[in-house]
Design a protein around this ligand. Structure first.
Ligand SMILES: NC(=O)c1ccc[n+]([C@@H]2O[C@H](COP(=O)([O-])OP(=O)(O)OC[C@H]3O[C@@H](n4cnc5c(N)ncnc54)[C@H](O)[C@@H]3O)[C@@H](O)[C@H]2O)c1
Length: 313
């Protein structure tokens, strides 16, 4: 199948490109390299079969590019992915995450794309859920411009489906971690702790360490995208997480163990707007596609530490 991945040079996008190529798909990648790195696509370039374009989602020529690439499915991961930056500069976030998405959906309709798979955010669209793990039926209460833009993206997918018959699935991702991870993303704390612990630099836990997140490995996330390329999950949002909440204090302990460093973080007051706890119920995705998270957290963190060690070497 011909698949276009937006945000292909980013953390999750590049792993998805690798997985699609391994599965024998014909892959086109688009990225403006604002946070993504061409180095993330080194394996894909070695494997062959990837056509990459440095391109801005907001470009007036996007429709021309999508028409030229003629993908059957578009996996839309390009985004401004820093929640704190969305608070500091909500207009920039809206431009990339809302207008960029609308520009892409328009281009997809014109090019006759069958389906768009959208990277939504289970960690922000529900706000602080009252019941954990949260299911797709929970009310949407984003508390940041970033979360609001993800809800807007999902809403536009629904509108384009109704108007133009464009197929779509939104994957509401947990806190994604793994090799190539950027410290600024939603699960950036894994990269921040891993780098600091390897350098024997001080680490800081904000709050009392009890706030918790659903950490899901990037290869499991790529697997979820691959499983919904067909008609499965059409018109739906599906959560992608492990269902387990890990506290930031426990995460620090696991990473310190993986590094072989002392587990002695400093503590600082919690940051404004931080949620206390999120974990995602992914049973709808499991029922629809058979997906289940395969990488245990301890193993995934050890692999991430090894990758950070190699990058620094
Ligand atoms: N990392 C997580 O924990 C997480 C959780 C939930 C959802 N997501 C979503 O998954 C997607 C990928 O996130 P990531 O963590 O890999 O982040 P990332 O920053 O590594 O990837 C995003 C990519 O989009 C590119 N990009 C940004 N603006 C662009 C533009 N205007 N035109 C073209 N390309 C542009 C960047 O260069 C980057 O390569 C994002 O949509 C993000 O919101 C991530």
């Amino acid at each position: 199948m011909r698949v276009l991945v937006t945000g292909a040079a980013g953390f999750i996008g590049s792993h998805l490109v690798d997985r699609l190529l391994t599965d024998g798909h014909d892959v086109a990648g688009l990225d403006d390299l604002s946070t993504g790195r061409l180095g993330n696509l080194a394996d894909a370039r070695r494997a062959g079969g990837l056509s990459f374009s440095r391109f801005d989602l907001l470009s007036g020529d996007l429709a021309g590019l999508v028409a030229k690439e003629r993908p059957e499915v578009v996996c839309h991961l390009a985004a401004q992915m820093d929640v704190r930056r969305s608070v500091a500069d909500p207009l920039h976030d809206t431009r990339v995450n809302v207008l960029g998405t609308v520009n892409l959906l328009d281009a997809c309709v014109r090019a006759g794309v069958r389906k768009v798979v959208f990277a939504s955010s289970g960690g922000t669209i529900y706000g602080q859920p009252t019941v954990l793990p949260v299911t797709e039926r929970a009310a949407l209460h984003p508390t940041s411009p970033y979360g609001a833009a993800k809800v807007a993206g999902e809403t536009y997918l629904g509108a384009y489906r109704a108007l133009h018959g464009l197929g779509s699935t939104s994957l509401a991702l947990g806190n994604v971690y793994g090799p190539r991870q950027d410290p600024h993303g939603e699960a950036g704390v894994v990269a921040i702790f891993a780098r600091a612990l390897l350098a024997r630099a001080p680490t800081t836990v904000y709050g009392d360490g009890t706030s918790s997140r659903d950490y899901v490995h990037v290869e499991d996330v790529a697997d979820a995208f691959v499983r919904v390329l067909g008609p499965v999950g059409d018109g739906r949002r599906l959560n992608v997480g492990t269902g387990t909440a890990t506290t930031v204090r426990e995460l620090h302990r696991l990473l310190a163990t993986a590094v072989g460093a002392p587990d002695e973080p400093a503590f600082a007051p919690s940051r404004l707007g931080e949620l206390q706890a999120v974990s995602l119920d992914s049973s709808a995705l499991r029922r629809a596609t058979g997906w289940t998270p395969r990488v245990p957290l301890v193993e995934g963190l050890a692999g991430t530490v090894d990758a950070v060690r190699r990058e620094g070497a």
